[in-house]
Structure formats: structure tokens, C-alpha cells
Design a protein around this ligand. Structure first.
Ligand code: BG6
Ligand code: MG
Length: 220
């Protein structure tokens, strides 16, 4: 029986995935590193410091900065990213998300959040939907980032459900890998997520009917 649905935040609940991209791109450009949205796919679901290391490797600058310099670069990116969050309002929740959250709640199924973003609590408040979640896990509560299953397993434990009783929803390759590794059913939003149990093009398609049909098809 389906007992919980656990959501990623950036790129699933709201379009902050694009804001992360813009902030990293501006910091990278100042170091003479360019990257496009295709490369940015590799940064989705990846922690702040791991993202920086991937960008430095991509630009051929791996190992050229001290730990202190890396921390300063990550802080600079976060300052720009947080500035861009000022544009978030209740209207910034992606299409279909408000409705599906209400449908899940009405069905008495628990709702969790599994985001590796340290900014997750701030974003949920800016969107005005923090009360929709029964349990939230962010980077401050875990050791291993996605694709490790730790964050989804921690969310299941906090919701008091077994991973086999839960669906996870993600927009990142690493995130879908984390859900699958946790032993949950995975829903991928967007392109190139063929390893998801169910792949949807957009959050508009994410309805309670779609989730329950998917669940029924896997429990037969
Ligand atoms: C994830 C994003 O949700 O959070 C990543 O997909 C981001 O792109 C990560 O690097 C960490 O976010 P923050 O807000 O702690 O820098
Ligand atoms: Mg995401």
C-alpha cells in the first residue's frame, strides 16, 4: 500500500534549478569557465561543494584552488543564488504541484521533502507551502549527497514508512538514482531520466491518478 510520496525541491516544487544554473554560470565565467544547460544537468541534485568541484574539473582547473578559496567561491555562488530567491512568491510553485499535494493529503498519504539544498527551509517558506510537508530532510541532516540513498531513507524513517511503501519524485539523474537505490518507486520529471520507473515531461502531468495508476501497475 502506498503510504508516502517524497518530493525533491529544486526543479520539482519550483524552478530554482534554473536559478542555481544562473548563479553558478556567473561565478564560473569570472574564472574563465563556460558551461551550458546540458552540462548543468550533471549539477542537479549535487551538493554545493560537489557542484563547484565538477565545474572546476569541467574547466580544467581541478586542484588549482585551496580549500579556503573553494569555500569563498561556493559562498559567492550562494550569495548570488539567495539574491535571486527574492523573486520567489506563492506563484512560483510549478504547475500541478499545489493540486497534487492537496490530493495526496486528501488520500491520507504522507508527504515528505528530500532536498540536498541548505536553502530548502527558506524556499518552502517563500513559496508558502512549508505546512504541506509532514517531514523535511535537507543537507544539514545527512552525510552523503544524492545519488546516495541516505536522504530518501532518512525521509522514509522520519515519516515512519518503509521505502517499499513510498514513491520519490525527482528532476535529476542523481536524484532518481538515489530513489531507486533506496528501494522506492521513482518518478522522473523531465528529459533523460529513463532510469525512472515513470517518466513525465512536466509537473502538469503529476496527478494523484497518475501516481496511483503507476503504483497499481508496479504492485500487480
Ligand atoms: C539541489 C540542487 O537541490 O541543491 C543542486 O539540485 C544544488 O543544484 C544543491 O547544488 C545544493 O543547494 P544549496 O542551496 O545548498 O546550494
Ligand atoms: Mg532537483
Amino acid at each position: 500500500m502506498l503510504k508516502a510520496v517524497i518530493f525533491d525541491l529544486d526543479g520539482v516544487i519550483t524552478d530554482t534549478a534554473h536559478l542555481h544554473f544562473l548563479a553558478w554560470r556567473s561565478v564560473a565565467q569570472e574564472m574563465g569557465i563556460t558551461f551550458d544547460e546540458a552540462f548543468n544537468e550533471q549539477l542537479k541534485g549535487i551538493s554545493r561543494m560537489d557542484s563547484l568541484l565538477r565545474i572546476l574539473r569541467h574547466g580544467g582547473k581541478e586542484g588549482m584552488f585551496s580549500d579556503k578559496q573553494c569555500l569563498a567561491l561556493a559562498s559567492k555562488k550562494n550569495e548570488r543564488y539567495v539574491q535571486s530567491l527574492a523573486s520567489l512568491t506563492q506563484q512560483s510553485v510549478l504547475p500541478g504541484i499545489g493540486k497534487v499535494l492537496a490530493e495526496i493529503r486528501a488520500a491520507n498519504v504522507k508527504i515528505g521533502l528530500a532536498s540536498v539544498s541548505l536553502n530548502a527551509p527558506k524556499i518552502l517558506h517563500a513559496l508558502g507551502i512549508h505546512q504541506a510537508f509532514d517531514y523535511c530532510v535537507d543537507a544539514s541532516r545527512i552525510v552523503c549527497s544524492k545519488p546516495d540513498p541516505e536522504i530518501f531513507l532518512t525521509a522514509c524513517a522520519g515519516l515512519h514508512v518503509h521505502p517499499e511503501q513510498a514513491i520519490g519524485i525527482e528532476d535529476a539523474v542523481a536524484g532518481v538514482e538515489a530513489i531507486n537505490a533506496a528501494g522506492m518507486l521513482s518518478v522522473g520529471i523531465g528529459a533523460d531520466l529513463k532510469h525512472a520507473g515513470l517518466q513525465l515531461h512536466s509537473t502538469r502531468e503529476l496527478t494523484w491518478k497518475c501516481l496511483t495508476d503507476f503504483w497499481a501497475s508496479r504492485s500487480e
